[in-house]
Design a protein around this ligand. Structure first.
Ligand code: UD1
Length: 354
């Protein structure tokens, strides 16, 4: 464990989720006091027991609440002296967002404004916001930098873009705010211990957990959504970023909240595109056997290529990903092997009483 300076208390919303749980480990490892709120809508309380086991430290408190519930949120801020918030809590399935747009706007946008209002009432003005490359829409090919115009093509992406605009306006009007907005490309993989990984409820929407479940035998084959894209092998290209690199960027962001007020926006990605078939091949190598797949129709709302130009964050903070697709698949496979049924059946950490 390495010490941090100065010690501070960070509220992590969605702290039991895929990226949130890995972020908790990273923050605990660096001496932060971590408070978690989560509604477990796409996660389980068991995750936090694993977080504490890896970090060798306890999470300060865990509250089960809906991020839109200002009364419950306010009680958390009353009880803890929060210095900064890392806000992950949101719905994230692109397909689900096209079927349930109102729910997505309510949770993702309404959740963010509820959080902001509560922060404001408690004099907390430092936020790291979880945004998404999906706001760029169909802007490829070629690496996209932060100046690429936002053209969201689905309600999930639109909800993230609306939040970014709200946060930019708040920072513009209220000089006490510092907001660091991180636009992730495709976070994937798992903690190298194999204790923590991606365990979505139901059928995975995302490629990497789906491939992992095929590899372990829970599903028959991968459905490759479209092989007629204008890419070298015809399948869609994404920029897969190891979740540990992703959360390291958040820890570095916390250090840079002190750089001064205002909103700053950075892409987080590797800067290298991998096709769906590249992922299938890399995972086959990681697990030592071929992953069966079949080509299916394109998924509505998908785009051909999304690859990051992440040079701005490297210049500003010196953050660069250090893991590649092979590392990402190896760690995702280790988690899947050690947890063939995800977190089901593992020990549950009790919530803190509100
Ligand atoms: C999307 C968002 C991204 C968000 C992520 C969170 C877009 C453009 N990107 O990523 O910002 O962070 O969701 O969930 O909206 N695929 C298959 N078979 C599968 C699953 C996926 O072929 O079973 C393909 C998809 O068509 C896509 C690629 O794999 O081309 C990656 O898909 P996925 O993992 O779902 O991520 P995105 O849709 O890129």
């Amino acid at each position: 464990m390495t010490p941090t300076s100065p010690p501070s208390t960070v509220l992590v919303t969605g702290g039991a989720g895929f990226i949130g749980s890995h972020a908790c480990v990273e923050l605990l490892d660096h001496g932060y006091e971590v408070i978690v709120v989560d509604d477990y809508s796409n996660s389980t309380p068991q995750v936090l027991t694993r977080v504490e086991r890896i970090a060798g430290r306890f999470v300060g408190a865990v509250y089960e609440l809906d991020i839109r519930d200002r009364r419950a949120l306010s009680a958390v801020f009353d009880r803890h002296s929060v210095d900064a918030v890392v806000h992950f809590a949101a719905h994230k399935a692109v397909g689900g967002s096209t079927r349930m747009p109102v729910e997505y706007y309510d949770t993702n946008v309404g959740g963010t404004t509820a959080l902001l209002r509560t922060m404001h009432e408690h004099g907390v003005h430092q936020l790291v916001f979880s945004s998404s490359c999906s706001i760029y829409g169909d802007a490829g090919p070629g690496p996209l930098d932060e100046a690429t115009p936002a053209r969201p093509t689905n309600p999930y992406a639109a909800s993230k873009w609306i939040c970014e605009q709200i946060l930019a306006d708040v920072c513009h009007r209220c000089p006490e705010y510092t907001v660091l907005c991180l636009r992730y490309f495709n976070p994937a993989g798992a903690h190298p211990s194999g204790l923590l990984g991606e365990d979505p409820h139901g059928t995975p929407d995302n490629l990497m957990p789906y491939v992992a479940q095929v590899a372990i035998g829970r599903r028959k084959r991968v459905h490759v959504f479209g092989a007629d894209y204008p890419t070298p092998d015809g399948t869609a290209i994404r920029d897969y970023l190891h979740v540990m690199d992703t959360v390291e960027a958040h820890r570095v962001a916390l250090d840079h909240l002190a750089d001064g007020p205002g909103m700053r926006v950075y892409n987080l990605g590797v800067g290298k595109g991998s096709s769906v078939l590249d992922v299938v091949t890399a995972f086959s190598e990681a697990c030592g056997r071929p992953i069966p797949y079949e080509v299916a129709a394109r998924r509505p709302g998908d785009v051909a290529e999304l690859v990051a130009d992440a040079t701005a964050v490297a210049r500003a903070w010196g953050w660069r990903p250090i893991r590649d697709l092979a590392d990402t698949c190896r760690d995702a496979w280790r988690f899947q092997q050690l947890n063939p049924h995800g977190y089901a059946g593992s020990a549950r950490r009790p919530n803190t009483k509100a």
